[in-house]
Design a protein around this ligand. Structure first.
Ligand code: HEC
Length: 136
């Protein structure tokens, strides 16, 4: 009889002990998981910043001519009239480079826009220089 009580007491103690251990382990797991989560978030942010920096100093900047051939020549062949108009009134239509850039960034009707993901600022600058020199 005495032994039984002692046993169940022991059992009780063990159970509580095990539960405490389990709780501690679960707690540690939660802490560990959230640690590696924020680590992951930090790493993603680092990669994003790296990509942004790389875009700003894009070493694969295309020249104005390359961009024109890639994105414009189909509709303005050599700057002549094609599906789009001839590009020989640019000085009159867009006296400032800013106006021309704004037009190119947003596109017009059938003419596709050229957002930053397609042309970075430097490429847009090169394209504008190329267009200004183009005399169809
Ligand atoms: C899918 C055909 C197409 C492509 C590609 C295209 N354009 Fe155009 N472009 C047009 C059309 C059509 C117009 C006339 C737009 C309008 O009337 O709204 C136009 C108008 C223009 C104009 C205004 C000239 C004017 O007389 O109205 C400029 C400048 C121009 N395009 C430059 C470019 C450049 C630079 C590119 C390459 C980044 C390009 N376009 C790509 C079809 C195109």
């Amino acid at each position: 009889m005495n032994q039984k009580v002692k046993l169940s007491g022991q059992f009780c103690y063990d159970t509580v002990g095990t539960l405490r251990l389990a709780a501690a382990a679960a707690g540690a797991l939660v802490i560990l998981t959230s640690c590696s989560m924020s680590e992951e978030v930090r790493r993603i942010e680092q990669v994003r910043q790296l990509q942004q920096r790389r875009n700003l100093s894009n070493p694969t900047d295309l020249t104005g001519q390359q961009i024109f051939i890639r994105s414009c020549n189909t509709c303005h062949p050599g700057g002549e009239e094609g599906m789009g108009p001839a590009l020989n009134h640019l000085a009159k239509l867009f006296p400032s480079d800013e106006a021309l850039k704004k037009f190119l960034r947003s596109g017009s009707g059938m003419m596709p826009a050229q957002p930053k993901e397609v042309l970075n600022d430097r490429e847009l600058e090169s394209l504008v220089t190329y267009l200004r020199a183009l005399n169809p």
